[in-house]
Design a protein around this ligand. Structure first.
Ligand code: DGY
Length: 343
């Protein structure tokens, strides 16, 4: 007998799909290709068919999707971020929502550092220079980047971390190897920052004004949307860089283009965009920006782990157990959840 039905909104790694099948679930994966996603109607149809929806960050999971199925027993997100899901509505309707925390922390922190080094040391530009056949002779002035190490001008560089959750803290930890001073701002983690061996608490304005690199690692919420905009770029040093491997809308992309073009800051390293996959006009032309297609967790091993965690959560939901990574645990005490489980 089937454990229940799982609709997967886009193909994930086999590690997760195999786990679901072995547990006895009936699995349907949206059949489209890699460069497209299901329409809202297709997600609604999938939700109607399923007991559990295994969702990706590319698909809005809104009231229409959730109300399509009064028997939906859970939403297992294949990502640590879940801003595509209306969790308020899920809780109101008695639907547990889970994510995949922990397994992508180091991979994403590494990518943040790849962006930092790439933009400040002209790695991407140098690569294009070589491939374009422009390298004629070594020169003392060729593609000079900023110095991320404590040497050079004899001053320790400052890394400013906004958002001190798992990933922000892992990014900060990596700064030790570069002997950097780390400032951190996160109104929800002040105690953790103050207890941290490496990071020092700083108010946002102080962090912006003193950092050579500012990196954002907050969740996307109404509070953090456009957290970094014109006024914040104006507070940064003209030699400083901004990095974002969290969620695009945390940075006002139009203001960023102005800041990059007018030399308010030295450069940007971005893995995420405000209206992903689109970029705001002018960004692609900014030579002082390194731009990646949301690769933060893109290693096979990490994606296997994300698939496994998402599947494990989905299986728990099918069994009527608590999902290990539930983001709205209060739902389990609600009458809406109790009523739904009786369906
Ligand atoms: C996440 O998990 O939220 C990343 O953006 C994709 O891995």
């Amino acid at each position: 007998m089937s454990l229940g039905r799982v609709f997967v909104t886009r193909r994930i790694r086999d590690a997760g799909l195999d786990l679901l099948t072995k547990a006895g679930a009936e699995v349907q994966v949206w059949p489209g290709g890699e460069d497209e996603g299901p329409s809202q109607d297709e997600v609604i149809e999938g939700s109607r068919w399923a007991d559990v929806l295994l969702s990706l960050l590319t698909e809005p999971v809104n009231r229409a999707v959730m109300e399509a199925n009064p028997s939906l027993r859970g939403i297992a997100q294949f990502a640590v971020g879940y801003d595509n899901i209306d969790v308020g509505v899920a809780t109101e309707l008695g639907i547990p929502v889970s994510n995949t925390p922990g397994v992508l922390t180091n991979t994403t922190a590494d990518l943040t550092w790849a962006l930092l080094l790439s933009v400040s040391r002209n790695i991407a530009t140098g690569d294009q220079y070589m491939r374009g056949g422009h390298y004629k002779l070594w020169g003392p002035n060729l593609l000079l980047g900023e110095d991320t190490s404590p040497g050079g001008d004899g001053r320790r560089k400052v890394l400013g971390v906004i958002g001190f959750g798992r990933i922000g803290e892992a990014v900060a930890r990596r700064a030790m190897g570069f002997d950097m001073r780390v400032l951190a701002y996160d109104p929800y983690a002040r105690e953790a920052i103050e207890a941290d061996d490496q990071a020092e608490w700083a108010e946002l304005d102080v962090l912006l004004g003193e950092s050579d690199f500012v990196t954002v690692h907050t969740v996307l919420s109404d509070e953090t949307r456009h957290l970094i905009s014109t006024a914040e770029f104006e507070k940064m040093k003209p030699t400083a860089y901004i990095l974002n491997a969290a969620r695009g809308p945390i940075i006002d992309e139009a203001a960023l283009v102005v800041a990059l073009n007018e030399g308010q800051i030295a450069g940007a390293g971005l893995d995420v965009y405000e209206r992903e996959p689109e970029m705001v006009e002018g960004l692609a032309q900014c030579e002082n920006a390194v731009l990646l297609p949301h690769l933060g967790s893109a290693s096979r091993g990490t994606r296997d782990k994300m698939a496994t965690v998402a599947a494990t959560n989905a299986i728990a939901m099918l069994r009527g157990d608590r999902a290990p990574n539930c983001v709205n645990p209060d739902v389990y005490d609600s009458s809406a959840y109790a009523g739904r489980s009786r369906n």
